[in-house]
Design a protein around this ligand. Sequence first.
Ligand SMILES: C[C@@](CO)(OP(=O)(O)O)[C@H](O)COP(=O)(O)OP(=O)(O)OC[C@H]1O[C@@H](n2ccc(N)nc2=O)[C@H](O)[C@@H]1O
Ligand SMILES: Nc1ncnc2c1ncn2[C@@H]1O[C@H](COP(=O)(O)OP(=O)(O)O)[C@@H](O)[C@H]1O
Length: 302
Amino acid sequence: MIDTDIIGRTVRVDCPAKTNLTLHVGAPRAEWGGRHELDTIYCAISVCDTVTATAKAPGTGFSLSIEGAHLGDLASSGSDMRRNHAVLALFAIAEAAGRDPDVGLTITKRIPVGAGLGGGSADAAATLLAVNRLWELDWPLERLSEIAATLGADMPFCLFGGYARGTGFGERLEIFAPDGEQARELAAQGFRGHVLVGAYQAQLSTPEVYAAFDHLGTDGTLSNHLQRAAISLHPRSGQAIDAAAGAGASHAFLSGSGPSVVAFAPDNRTVRAITDVWRNERLVDRIIVATAPAAPSISVTQ
Ligand SMILES: C[C@@](CO)(OP(=O)(O)O)[C@H](O)COP(=O)(O)OP(=O)(O)OC[C@H]1O[C@@H](n2ccc(N)nc2=O)[C@H](O)[C@@H]1O
Ligand SMILES: Nc1ncnc2c1ncn2[C@@H]1O[C@H](COP(=O)(O)OP(=O)(O)O)[C@@H](O)[C@H]1O
């Protein structure tokens, strides 16, 4: 197809945030650039960023615009758009396809930034899904996943959503079928339905949290091995976890490398109880009510 045929076509992808229902951290490995060996259960939650990709005229290059009320360090003037995860994903798929990255990207951010919710990975995954459709590549998710793994540990999972087990440095996936036994077990354990996200203005840097983990370790009872390290850097997250558990959450834990906190609630009454205690005691800066599991959705809008 000649590129001019698709100029103006727009593909929209809504891509959910991720959390880690368990996050077991092993040793750092030199062959993975110092990244740690992981065994994690990923879960996608319905706090979604929206990425639109629009085909531009050949030779005009890429563009990026970002909107949203809470952009964290993405809003700072020093934030280089060529290092945005979505743009890196665009360059990576363009290279793999042997095409120029003549695409206009817009990101509507709803996933808190630098929060342990994989927002940058979700935007990168959304970009791969959108450009795959825009250019009619029709590559299977497995092929997109190989590209995603070169960009970040969480990115392959964000292409799929739902639940999955991640090993390696997080990029090697065993996807759990939505109606399969593992998904049913997780649902029976309470990892399904209402989820509250307690979000903060503060961000934590993932490498810094891993470095704190190398120093402090974990206490053995925590299903998220990074929780202790992250709480040492951001103590309010620990208070919010304790308060949610006290208010009846079926599970309350740090999301990934934090500082966000995730609480699963078995019913609406518990949603209200957690919301009240977080708000009244000012344990979080913002509360987002969502559901889990969730999955990306793709639509061609023009
Ligand atoms: C902790 C987790 C849990 O899912 O995510 P977040 O909660 O931050 O989103 C992941 O391991 C993060 O994934 P992601 O943010 O994609 O990591 P990458 O870009 O690949 O790596 C960023 C940095 O994190 C550290 N890192 C990441 C993954 C890993 N298995 N071991 C590590 O030590 C390394 O310092 C690396 O340079
Ligand atoms: N599209 C993007 N969305 C969010 N953060 C991004 C993006 N591109 C680059 N970043 C940078 O990646 C860092 C981690 O952000 P994010 O992916 O939201 O958090 P986390 O790794 O804790 O899940 C931030 O410092 C941010 O500036």
